[in-house]
Design a protein around this ligand. Structure first.
Ligand code: NAD
Length: 280
């Protein structure tokens, strides 16, 4: 299968690696050459690490990277069977990308979004093929996470849903289907949890270490909400909360001051070495 990925950030690189590991050809489009270079090196590291950790002996990293093509032009996705959009969580940007994909891609191309919470109906409305638009909410890091939240928009056809689920099966992943709506299921709940945890830190109730220790120790969560936010990327968490607040009108999604301050200081979580926690 020929897969297109739009955006070579954290998720675009991870999704492209998952797809290439499964034997599909993938073209990743990002106009930012530095983002492309970072994604290439992240993918090489991730493939080496997988072998070191014994997670996979095959395919060889060189075989995987040979299946990945990098481009700055969205028109290079003309021949893709499926395109997975992974650009930042901003409504107007994603709408623009979907309108472009609709113009560029063949009539049968399935258009998927990795959005954290922008309704599929909204993205589908930017195209002339709403029945071929679906949400594929991969988790980070995509090559390691076996389950994907699959979002069926009000106009997504059964055939498109089946194609999306078959693609995930070919990647060795399981899709769990949910209905459409801001934040879908996971981020509708998770973003409120992160917002409250960050606000509690701001109120001096507990520091970040204590907050996560409670979720991990008392509730058995493998990762507390603030460590999870650091993994997602605090800029992305900020954008997702902002989009959810805009879409729902619910002030509980307003990014709390502690989060805003970290983003403004450039402390974006694991990817910059510091967020709510410090990373070496
Ligand atoms: P990111 O900021 O790391 O990467 C986004 C990339 O998109 C950048 O490299 C940027 O150059 C590129 N881009 C911007 N405009 C573009 C355009 N018009 N065409 C092509 N490329 C363009 O973001 P991310 O963390 O990879 O998130 C991408 C999407 O995945 C978002 O919708 C996010 O909500 C979602 N998501 C993120 C996570 C996570 O943990 N980071 C998890 C699940 C879903």
């Amino acid at each position: 299968m020929r897969i297109g990925v739009v955006g070579a950030g954290t998720m675009g690189a991870g999704v492209a690696e998952s797809v290439a590991r499964a034997g599909h050809d993938v073209t990743v489009v990002d106009p930012d050459q530095q983002a492309v270079e970072r994604a290439r090196s992240r993918m090489r590291d991730s493939l080496r690490l997988a072998i070191l950790l014994g997670r996979t002996a095959r395919p060889k990293p060189a075989e995987v990277t040979a299946r990945v093509h990098w481009s700055g032009q969205i028109t290079d996705l003309r021949a893709a069977d499926v395109v997975i959009e992974c650009v930042p969580e901003r409504i107007e940007l994603k709408e623009k990308v979907f309108a472009e994909l609709d113009r560029v891609c063949a009539p049968g191309t399935l258009l998927a979004s990795c959005t954290s919470g922008i309704p599929v109906a909204r993205l589908a409305a930017s195209t002339t093929r709403p029945e071929q638009v679906v949400g594929l909410h991969f988790m980070n890091p995509a090559p390691l996470k076996d389950t994907v939240e699959v979002v069926r928009g009000p106009r997504t056809s059964q055939q498109s849903l089946d194609r999306a689920l078959a693609l995930l099966t070919s990647l060795g992943k399981t899709g769990i289907v949910v209905g459409d709506g801001p934040g879908f299921l996971l981020n509708r709940v998770l973003m409120l949890c992160i917002a409250e945890a960050a606000a509690a830190v701001g109120d001096g109730i507990a520091d970040a270490e204590t907050t996560d220790a409670l979720f991990e120790g008392c509730l058995g969560h493998p990762m507390g909400p603030l460590r999870t936010a650091d993994l997602i990327g605090l800029d992305n968490v900020h954008d997702t909360m902002t989009a959810l607040r805009e879409l729902t009108g619910d002030d509980h999604y307003r990014p709390p001051a502690t989060l805003v301050a970290l983003v403004e200081a450039g402390h974006l979580g694991r990817k910059t070495g510091r967020g709510f926690h410090e990373y070496r």
